[in-house]
Ligand binder design. Sequence first.
Ligand code: CTP
Length: 433
Amino acid sequence: MRLLLGVSGGIAAYKALETARLAIRAGHLVRVIQTPASRRFVGAAAFAGITGAPVLCSEFEPDPARGSYPGEPLPAHVPISHLALVERADVYLIAPASANTLAKLAAGAADNLVTTAALAATCPVIVAPAMNSRMYLHSATQANLALLAGRGLVVLEPGEGELASHGERGIGRLPEPAELLAAAEQAATQAPAPAPAPAPAPGGRDFSGLRVLITAGGTREPIDSVRFIGNRSSGRMGLALAAAAARRGAEVTLILANVALTPPAGVRVLRVSTAAELADACRAEFAACDILLMAAAVADFRPAAPVAHKLLKTGPQAPSTVALEPTEDVLSALAERRRTGQILVGFAAEHGAGALARAQAKLARKGIDAIVVNDVSRADIGFESDANEVTILTRDGDPEQIARAAKSDVAVRILDRVQHLRAAAAASGSHVH
Ligand code: CTP
């Protein structure tokens, strides 16, 4: 498992060091983040030495490991968000959790990296309180712990016995490292609670409570300061999906790559240009979404050495070839990190005969739930057109052919199909939120 260990201030911070060591010995990947106060007890160098990875303390500090866990390949791009570590974690253990950190967590404060990560976590979060017994038994601390447990955090009971302050005994000891590790392992393997199949809400708002992430448009890969390699995608299909999902009550985030058209009202819009920027934005948003509709046309290659100025047509600089390098397959990368219950839909523009067979192979290769295929050899549909004619392929269902229709109608049919996929996943026991 990927264990993110949050360390707050307290003498028991030394036990966090031992917990990290045990976890690594058990084969887990561990990253550590610290509150500034915790560094007075155990310094970052000790954790870095044990984990073999940089230790972060501030949300403004760049992560030299770019959000990766030890042993994982270094991502090619610096993540936009300082939350990459918690997004990728299977479990987030805050040990020791000081009275002050617990109070901040209860209030939803995000004033340092440890509290910010807790607020952004979608994985199980465990808090292991450790403090003086009078602080632990204070009604403020008890109320904070009850609140956190009520929100679904795992609250570990502190032990009784000798406390750090000389001669004092009582409750407030941090559990032993082996117990902390066992709690983390247990939380990481627990499946989320089963949820009933989605039922259409009144007024057709059957997407309310669902977060839908949509990419649209086409990426541009710079050759020099004015030229780029792009594609003809206008973003119309993605915008139609965003409008339809918002109308049905979804909370929509729309990542637009070079889209000139106006996005629908009521959706959150993020703008990107290159495939790398699109990848970063998707990575930052993906963990929080229930449904991903990947309608953007993402460049498969980019110039290997873009030039910062404008290339001249003649003279020694004039290029006769542009060397290309592959870009990351964003959708496949996201599919590898999917949570149970997330639905991922890809879009494939295929040309001519064999389109469906190629798209079916792509669906399997990318590890997604459905792929929406259109034939770009036809001039009357697809790029820059308001109409589309598509086939929706899923892993096991029959292909669903949607006859030529306005993109807004095609969007409705795609969303209907997403609801079927959610219902099927819920029925088969792979739990959908
Ligand atoms: N896609 C992606 N990242 C890429 C390329 C494509 O996320 N670098 C996504 C697209 O947004 C789309 C799906 O993958 O949802 C299929 O895109 P397509 O270009 O057809 O797939 P490729 O894997 O590039 O296949 P091909 O070799 O046919 O171009």
